[in-house]
Design a protein around this ligand. Structure first.
Ligand code: NAD
Length: 497
């Protein structure tokens, strides 16, 4: 039997034998290397109870102490980021430098949370009425559930957990069962940083664990990231159970290339953003919208660059690793066949790619389609793999029409040297995160991350100012200290004088 990845409950690994487990693979070798506990409903209940106990103290812990823990966690994560990157690569498959990049982006969210004393400052109004002062405070919501996807096993938990903890909440993280080890590594760093036991917990599993968190009355808020159908389900179930929910879903990110764009810059960007992490990024570019007459030249430049990409084991010096599981690789490959039969032009075929890695790895090479139409499944569906589609349109109006008719609205980019056109695009496009000559416009930590339309359910975006708001409730206190001028009983509605 392979090593068992266990739940992390109140500062310890759970030593019970789980009733159900799942296999965890090394995608570059295709071998099952570990197995992971799948929590039952009662396992989730036991974790939530511990998180609720820890909340009693943590919510009253001083801001100075909380920020000390966050600074210590930041230092430890920074020191040990290459170890974490290797853990990610061993279960996700992305190349180690890319895994290090996701840890770095996660660190930014820890740094933002280090400023919690400043972020939680409320307002104060002296003499709102004569001798009456008013102030507002932000208080924690309680026990928070975080449910994360496979594609960023460190960064997505780090989008949410530092902010939630900094605000005085306690957290139960349910990471993806495909690459669960990063969460346990992070849990141990929190403990080493001095976080009291029970403030951060990890429960592993599948839908059973998610449903138990969504149903548990003690869980007051849920941050979810994953595919759109599951995000919609989590949002609807969680909110109908009275919880605050932010559920970030899938994407179809378009890159518009206008005729005046620098085509070398655009081709570099399309290849980097299309095939980085084998296209398994929610901000990956999967559709290039080429505005006439750039199509022929742009496609040729993209294909040239793709020919130079190396595919292989992420621990070696390759550009692109395998897909996360055999089932996912097969699903993505089936889209390549669907694109061909729908009549799209297959310019580069990633099936049968030569790899620097084991033959049983979950491989699919970079794939490029040209002359893709909006009714083809390679366009309508989120493929989440190394498949890039080029759509050709006659003008800017047609390009913005394609974008705004798409149900997703996560990220987009426009490539142009015309500031006026870029400005118009930023104003008109119905997408939450826009890049101008920047292909993957993931907001820095002091803004918030989130898409529109079917890419996000709920009102709050992730991390940054929206995160602080999501993890706190506002209270407004109106105060009058007894003074000689009080006026006796008055049944009228209070008016400010
Ligand atoms: P997924 O929806 O399959 O799983 C996400 C989480 O939900 C996992 O923890 C999983 O265990 C759980 N889950 C899966 N099916 C469930 C069900 N039926 N009921 C309850 N819980 C369930 O997503 P994934 O394949 O792990 O991740 C890839 C998806 O995540 C892509 O669609 C990608 O676009 C999206 N994503 C979005 C963002 C964003 O910020 N919008 C970021 C990263 C990933």
């Amino acid at each position: 039997m392979t090593e068992l990845i266990r739940h992390w409950i109140a500062g310890k690994f759970d030593d019970a034998t789980p009733q159900r487990t799942g296999e965890v693979f090394d995608p570059a070798t295709g071998k099952a290397t570990k197995h992971v506990a799948f929590a039952s409903e009662s396992d989730v209940d036991a974790v939530v109870v511990r998180a609720a106990e820890a909340l009693k103290t943590w919510r009253h812990t001083s801001l100075a102490r909380r920020s000390n823990v966050l600074f210590a966690f930041r230092e430890l994560l920074n020191q040990r980021k290459s170890e974490l990157a290797e853990i990610i690569t061993a279960e996700h498959g992305k190349v180690v430098s890319d895994a290090a990049g996701e840890v770095q982006r996660g660190l930014e969210n820890v740094e933002y949370a280090c400023g919690i004393p400043n972020l939680l400052k409320g307002g104060f109004s002296q003499n709102a009425s004569t001798s009456v002062d008013v102030h507002s405070v932000r208080q924690p919501v309680g026990v928070v559930g975080v449910i994360s996807p496979f594609n960023f096993p460190a960064m997505v938990p780090l989008w949410f957990v530092p902010g939630a903890i900094a605000c005085g909440n306690t957290v139960v993280l349910k990471p993806s069962e495909k690459d669960p080890s990063a969460a346990n590594f992070i849990a141990q760093l929190w403990q080493e940083a001095g976080l009291p036991d029970g403030v951060f917990n990890v429960v592993h599993g599948d839908k059973v664990a998610v449903d138990a968190l969504l149903a548990h009355p003690t869980v007051k808020a849920v941050s979810f990231v994953g595919s759109t159908p599951v995000a919609r389900y989590v949002y609807e179930t969680g909110t109908s159970n009275g919880k605050r929910v932010q559920a970030l879903g899938g994407a179809k990110n378009h890159m518009v290339v206008l005729p005046d764009a620098d085509l070398d810059l655009a081709a570099d960007a399309a290849v980097s953003a299309g095939f980085g992490s084998a296209g398994e990024r929610c901000m990956a570019i999967s559709a290039v919208v080429a505005v006439d007459p750039v199509g022929d030249e742009l496609v040729a430049k993209i294909a040239d660059r793709m020919a130079k990409l190396s595919v292989g084991d992420g621990r070696r010096n390759c550009d692109m690793g395998p897909l996360v599981t055999a089932a996912h690789r097969d699903r993505v490959t089936s889209y390549v066949a669907a694109g061909v039969s729908a009549g799209a032009e297959l310019v580069v075929d990633g099936r049968g790619v030569r790899v620097d890695g084991a033959s049983d790895g979950f491989w699919l090479g970079p794939t490029l389609f040209d002359r893709v139409r909006t009714d083809m499944s390679i366009y309508t569906d989120e493929i989440f793999g190394p498949v890039l589609s080029v759509l050709r349109v006659p003008d800017y109006e047609a390009a913005i029409g394609v974008l705004n008719n798409n149900p997703y609205g996560n990220g987009t980019a426009i490539f142009t040297e015309n500031g006026g056109a870029a400005r118009q695009y930023c104003e008109e496009v119905e997408v939450g995160m826009v890049g101008v000559n920047v292909p993957i416009p993931v907001p820095v930590s002091y803004y918030s991350f989130g898409g529109w339309k079917d890419s996000l359910f709920g009102d709050a975006h992730a991390y940054g100012p929206d995160g602080i708001q999501f993890y706190t409730r506002t209270k407004v206190v109106t105060t009058r200290w007894p003074d000689p001028s009080h006026g006796g009983v008055n049944l009228g509605f209070p008016q400010n004088r």
